[in-house]
Design a protein around this ligand. Structure first.
Ligand SMILES: Nc1ncnc2c1ncn2[C@@H]1O[C@H](COP(=O)(O)OP(=O)(O)O)[C@@H](O)[C@H]1O
Ligand SMILES: Cc1ncc(COP(=O)(O)OP(=O)(O)O)c(N)n1
Length: 265
């Protein structure tokens, strides 16, 4: 069986729940060979981020070039990109290697409130990376930062998705975990023409560290395997729902999700 390959360009989470650790675990569980280019090393646990140590641009570029030269990926996921220099580098590499299945998870703030993207870099993300994105997966606060409006109701989310599509994102997934729609969590996919809602029961738990990373990584893995974006989001929704429902209950704070759960169903 020929395995598809996916590359994550993101930060390392020493606590194992988010960042490239979440991405690689998710790729593996979905049968995709995962590769990684580190943008930063973070000292993290379930109680928060205790240090951020960005890689040099040379180190990031060499990691990407090494993978592209020998192990060209079918799909790429970006996570924590830290600053505008890194965003510009990644955009240049996407164009250099003509990568057209890029999933952008616009990571800005960790669950504990610590910044993972310098404020000046939001503009670079919009101008440089959005036009190259196959899918972008903002949560509600990230969508607000990207489109400059309040994004809460379903109508807000539809308007924000259209704005992000106009800025160049070919598909937009507005994640609903931060939403206040009662006991449901509604994720919204926009493909430039149609909206699709993916609904699930909200699970009452604090153990949601890395949910966005895991969800975007699952979308990336499915796209790497040749699935449509709609089918990829559908699988990712089931993956993350199982990962949260069967929590590991690790740590004193926001614990990690369970990346084994989907296959243990
Ligand atoms: N409590 C929850 N119950 C069920 N699903 C959830 C819950 N929290 C998050 N999710 C799922 O995880 C996805 C990502 O979570 P969200 O909080 O929206 O983004 P992020 O983790 O990037 O802040 C959501 O789109 C949703 O599908
Ligand atoms: C290295 C790194 N990348 C991304 C994150 C974000 O994870 P988290 O704080 O759990 O938020 P979501 O992934 O759920 O949006 C991180 N903490 N560290």
């Amino acid at each position: 069986m020929k395995y598809a390959r996916a590359l994550t360009i993101a930060g390392s989470d020493s606590g194992g729940g988010a960042g490239i650790q979440a991405d690689l675990k998710t790729f593996q569980e979905l049968g995709v060979f995962g590769m990684s280019a580190l943008t930063a090393v973070t000292a993290q646990n379930t109680l928060g981020v205790h240090g951020v140590y960005p890689m040099s641009l040379e180190a990031l570029e060499n990691q990407i070039d090494a993978v592209a030269a020998d192990l060209p990926p079918a799909a790429i996921k970006t996570g924590m990109l830290f600053n505008s220099d890194m965003i510009e580098l990644v955009a240049r590499k996407v164009k250099e290697y003509d990568w057209n299945q890029v999933v952008i998870d616009p990571v800005m703030v960790a669950k504990g409130g610590q910044s993972l993207l310098q404020e000046e870099a939001v503009e670079a993300l919009i101008e440089q990376l959005l036009p190259l994105s196959y899918v972008i997966t903002p949560n509600l606060p990230e969508a607000e930062a990207l489109v400059g409006m309040s994004v809460q109701t379903i109508e807000d989310r539809k308007l924000a998705a259209k704005k992000l599509h106009q800025k160049g994102a070919r598909h937009v997934v507005i994640k609903g975990g931060h939403g206040k729609e009662g006991d449901q969590v509604i994720d919204l996919l926009f493909d430039g023409e149609n909206f699709t809602e993916f609904e699930s029961q909200r699970i009452q738990t604090k153990h949601t560290h890395g949910t966005g990373c895991t969800y975007a990584a699952a979308i990336t893995a499915e796209i790497a395997k040749g699935k449509s974006v709609k089918d990829a989001v559908n699988t990712a929704k089931q993956f993350i729902q199982a990962a949260i429902e069967h929590t590991l209950e690790f740590g004193e704070g926001h614990g990690p999700t369970n990346h084994w759960a989907y296959n243990e169903k």
